[in-house]
Design a binder for this molecule. Structure first.
Ligand code: SAH
Ligand code: SF4
Ligand code: F3S
Length: 445
């Protein structure tokens, strides 16, 4: 390994946006400790994986990576596993991959500086949390990778314990940041030129201000009113904690984006109960009716699981009928994957993989048609997009407030800047994207 004079690290991130943002904070911490980030494993002295264990496939990725690079240990390189697999597997990782010297779950990132010293001196270091940590990982050293869209974690952990889910075991107990610290970070981002803020939490709307000053809806409104911020998104909302006041602020504050992500998981009340989701189909649909009733044209997206143990053909059909009733703009769909420690692991009535695959294909086909139908409504309208770059065909890629991808052309000779806002007229629509022509630079760009 290169000497202490040049401490280098490589970091690869798997999993959700919270992991992506945690990595930005971990990178900031390492830079502060005198490390330099490098783009390849070969150049690095320390190789880190920030891992995900939400489904079996996600978990296997880290072990494949570790196996691929095992031989590099001979060159003195060190390996660390961070994130959800680290917290879930703990010191068992050292047995399965003896070349690893650091295992650190997300609730222990504050201890990284000391842990780095330990591994530098040739020791192993472990940072695990027993659902005991009750503060958030806040650091002034966040190395944000996108200069326009800034993530802010407002609540960490999860206390819901859905029967299929590892998150309460990997992310620790639910804990929120104060609204004043969130707002200070939002203002700091605005000062740095960020125009979009995305508030993050496993259940972002279960937020409870430790100072008791603001509800989640009030915090959302306050972030939306920060000068310079043009777009605010929030993810993920849990249906049980989704109050009407959230729809009210979406109506009242123009900078809040026209989009709600509200994972349903199943359309059957019996399955929802077995999943311990804490709401019925009707209660979920009541929340959807508030969103449908809004004056703003809000897009609605969801997550759902097929083949939960004991899900009958009829119950699966209830998920299909719910898709029709809600009319989602898009959906992330998953085959149930048994996870260690979770209550559902003990349930029999497993559904064969072939049946799960068939249900997934059916649900995906249905949603594809619905997405195509929902996207048609934008045809002929002019919408504002944030410019994200160019696609391989040379068209510009924009993101609408409703979180849709819009590929568009510009008049001859016009060059756009990533992160700027332009108005685009929609000329064609597909199931997963829109196509259009730029009309003009949007106000304030
Ligand atoms: N906190 C969010 C979800 C976070 S996990 C919520 O409650 O909605 C993201 C998605 O992964 C979940 O919504 C669920 O659809 C899926 N998921 C979680 N555990 C899973 C499992 N064991 N098998 C298949 N999908 C799973
Ligand atoms: Fe997992 Fe349920 Fe918590 Fe979401 S609410 S993170 S699905 S346990
Ligand atoms: Fe994966 Fe952990 Fe996020 S399990 S989805 S990285 S909370």
């Amino acid at each position: 390994m290169s000497g202490t004079a040049d401490k280098t690290f490589y970091l690869e991130t798997f999993g959700c946006q919270m992991n992506v943002h945690d990595s930005e904070k971990v990178i900031g911490t390492l830079l502060q400790e005198g490390y330099r980030q490098v783009p390849t494993v070969e150049e690095a002295g320390l190789i880190l994986y920030n891992t995900c264990s939400i489904r079996d496939k996600a978990e296997q990725k880290v072990f494949h990576r570790l196996a691929d690079y095992k031989k590099l240990q001979a060159q003195g390189k060190k390996f660390g596993v961070l994130g959800c697999v680290a917290q879930q597997e703990g010191e068992k990782i050292f047995e399965r991959a003896p070349h690893v010297s650091m295992v650190c779950g997300s609730a222990s990132y504050r201890n990284l500086p000391e842990m780095l010293v330990q591994i530098e001196t040739g020791n192993r270091s472990t940072g695990l949390d027993d659902r005991a940590t009750d503060h958030c990982f806040e650091t002034e050293y966040t190395a944000r990778t996108n200069p326009h869209r800034g993530y802010i974690t407002i609540i960490e952990g999860c206390d819901k314990f859905c029967a299929y889910c590892v998150v309460p075991f990997t992310r620790g107990k639910e804990r929120s940041r104060t609204s004043s610290s969130v707002l200070a970070e939002a203002r700091q981002l605005a000062d740095l030129g960020y125009t979009e803020i995305q508030l993050l939490g496993q259940n972002v709307n279960s937020y409870r201000d430790p100072d008791g000053k603001k509800s989640f809806a009030e915090l959302l409104a306050a972030v939306g009113e920060v000068a310079g911020i043009r777009r605010v998104r929030f993810t993920t909302s849990h249906p049980r904690d989704f109050g009407r006041d959230i729809v009210d602020v979406l109506e009242a504050v123009p900078t809040l984006c026209d989009h709600v992500h509200l994972p349903v998981q199943s359309g059957s009340t019996r399955v929802l109960d077995a999943m311990q989701r804490l709401y019925t189909r009707d209660q979920y649909l009541e929340r959807i009716s508030w969103i449908h009733a809004a004056q703003r044209d809000l897009s609605i997206t969801t997550d759902l699981i097929v083949g939960f143990p004991g899900e009958t053909e009829h119950e699966f059909e209830q998920t299909l009928s719910l898709l029709d009733e809600v009319g989602y703009d898009s959906a992330f769909t998953f085959k149930y994957s048994p996870r260690p420690n979770t209550p559902a692991i003990g349930l029999d009535d497993a559904i064969p993989d072939g049946e799960k695959a068939w249900r997934l294909a059916v649900v995906n086909e249905k949603q594809k048609q619905m997405s195509a139908h929902r996207n048609k409504r934008h045809l002929g309208r002019t919408v504002e997009v944030m410019v994200e770059g160019k696609n391989p065909r040379g068209q510009w890629i924009g993101r609408t407030s409703q979180i849709k991808v819009l590929n568009f052309t510009v008049p001859e000779g016009v060059e756009l800047k990533t992160g700027s806002y332009v108005d685009v007229r929609v000329t064609a629509s597909f199931s997963n994207s829109l196509v259009g022509e730029m009309v003009s630079a949007a106000r304030g760009s």
